[in-house]
Design a protein. Structure first.
Length: 417
DNA sequence: TCTGGGGTCCTAGGACCC
DNA sequence: TCTGGGGTCCTAGGACCC
């Protein structure tokens, strides 16, 4: 792998959900640009989903954090305008962004819904000087799609990502190796990628407050304190990173979880919630042609104490009924009767399902597959709500909880990202 | 006061086997 | 009585990211 002379761009949508919401509203007749006032995209407090998902730049003086509760954000900024999220719009904006970027390089990696890497190495012959090209890409996105991005330019993904995080919005920044000391080392250590809350506090206890101080600390000490994570962040602080811009690693597992509008206090409600989550998880498994060898169930009580239990399945499966049955077993082993705020299931240890094993004891496995396939096809054609299990009738529970998509007509998870 | 949901990776302890 | 040391697999929980 060529590590030295690459040119990598990291494209980061400024306040993504909020910008996308603002653009959509302007395009549909609103005269108010959410980006110009203190505003945020936030979840529904009445169903206990009330956290801040994105915030406008004018909220900066109020020090509102992404992920904090809408309630506390409003305490800090009483006139904050909070609008609900519409994921299907954001997914379309994200797709439009990626399709523009693909014109500039064949090596494009979507890193999240609002972040993309492209490898611009050797693209200069087509599109010119990297910095000028980055400006043109940024301006074109603004003109054609209506939202602004930051673009970070460097010789690896880590530095490009750090660069795009400098002053916002609508900016191109470089962070090449010879600029690290000047531009990155003075920053507080928590701004380094992969340094979160727990690591920050450990580093502070050792007297390390800036990225520069981290970079110049003996990596052996960091390994002692933070194990393998220590060496990783030491490398990052020194700008050392060489992963390719690629489609990204294969999927290791997938899961869905949900916070209930009210605490579940009975086993039956919990089981139905698990079934609902199983519907989406198993459908997603079938959609990517995988079966899961391990299933895990997690619960969180009203005090936010969470516990989980997992087990290896006898035979890898993606059958809704088999996953549901096992999820119930795991749940019953876990639950001690406490009121439940949150339930989740996760499938991992994935195998390709084209060669599946027929187990003697699961003799109806063929029937299960046929049933699942039929249901998937109906939902694909007529929408996710076109067919549902009757036990969900009159319960007030969604029959397919989890997944980013809740809007009716949007096609299923299959088509996102 | 109220605190989402989707992931990945790492660690540590116990079971089990040689 | 006093009690090895690996190695691997499994599980639970925590830390991190967007």
């Amino acid at each position: 792998m060529e590590t030295n002379n690459r040119i990598i761009f990291h494209i980061d949508v400024n306040s993504a959900f909020l910008s996308w919401e603002a653009v959509y509203r302007l395009q549909h007749g609103s005269t108010l640009d959410l980006r110009t006032i203190p505003s945020a995209v936030g979840g529904d407090t009445t169903t206990r989903h009330g956290i801040i998902l994105a915030k406008s730049i004018p909220t900066k003086p109020f020090k509102i954090q992404t992920g904090e509760s809408v309630y506390s954000a409003k305490l800090k900024c009483p006139h904050l305008m909070v609008v609900p999220p519409r994921y299907h719009i954001y997914i379309q904006c994200s797709k439009a962004l990626v399709s523009i970027l693909k014109e500039y390089s064949p090596a494009v990696q979507r890193f999240s819904i609002d972040e993309v890497f492209i490898d611009y190495t050797n693209m200069g012959t087509h599109w010119g000087d990297p910095i000028e090209a980055a400006h043109r890409i940024k301006d074109r996105i603004k003109k054609e799609l209506g939202f602004t991005v930051n673009i970070g330019v460097s010789s690896n993904k880590l530095l490009a990502k750090m660069a795009s995080g400098f002053q916002k919005p609508d900016k191109v920044h470089t962070l090449f190796i010879d600029e690290i000391q000047e531009k990155m080392w003075p920053l507080p250590v928590e701004e380094l990628f992969m340094v979160g809350r727990a690591t920050t506090s450990k580093l502070r206890n050792k007297g390390i407050f800036t990225i520069g101080e981290l970079a110049t600390t003996d990596p052996k000490l960091l390994s002692q304190w933070l194990k393998s994570h220590g060496r990783l962040i030491w490398k990052f602080a020194n700008g050392i990173e060489d992963s390719p811009v690629s489609g990204g690693p294969p999927i290791k597992g997938l899961g869905n979880s949900t916070t209930l509008p009210f605490d579940a206090e009975d086993r039956k409600t919990a089981h139905k919630t698990l079934l609902s989550l199983t519907e989406t998880v198993s459908m997603r498994l079938r959609d990517i042609g995988k079966s899961a060898g391990v299933l895990s169930v997690s619960i969180k009580d009203r005090d936010f104490v969470s516990v989980s239990r997992q087990k290896k399945l006898d035979v890898p499966t993606n059958s809704t009924n088999i996953i549901y049955k096992n999820a119930c077993i795991l749940f019953d082993e876990l639950w001690e009767g406490q009121p439940l705020r949150h339930l989740g299931i996760r499938a991992s240890d994935l195998y390709s399902d084209d060669l599946y094993q027929l187990s003697f004891f699961e003799a109806d496995i063929e029937k299960q597959r046929a049933l699942d396939t039929a249901v998937d096809e109906i939902r694909e054609q007529y929408g996710g709500d076109s067919i549902m299990r009757s036990c969900f009738l009159y319960t007030g529970l969604g029959h397919m909880m989890g997944g980013v998509i809740q809007e009716e007509e949007y096609p299923m998870m299959s088509s996102i990202l």
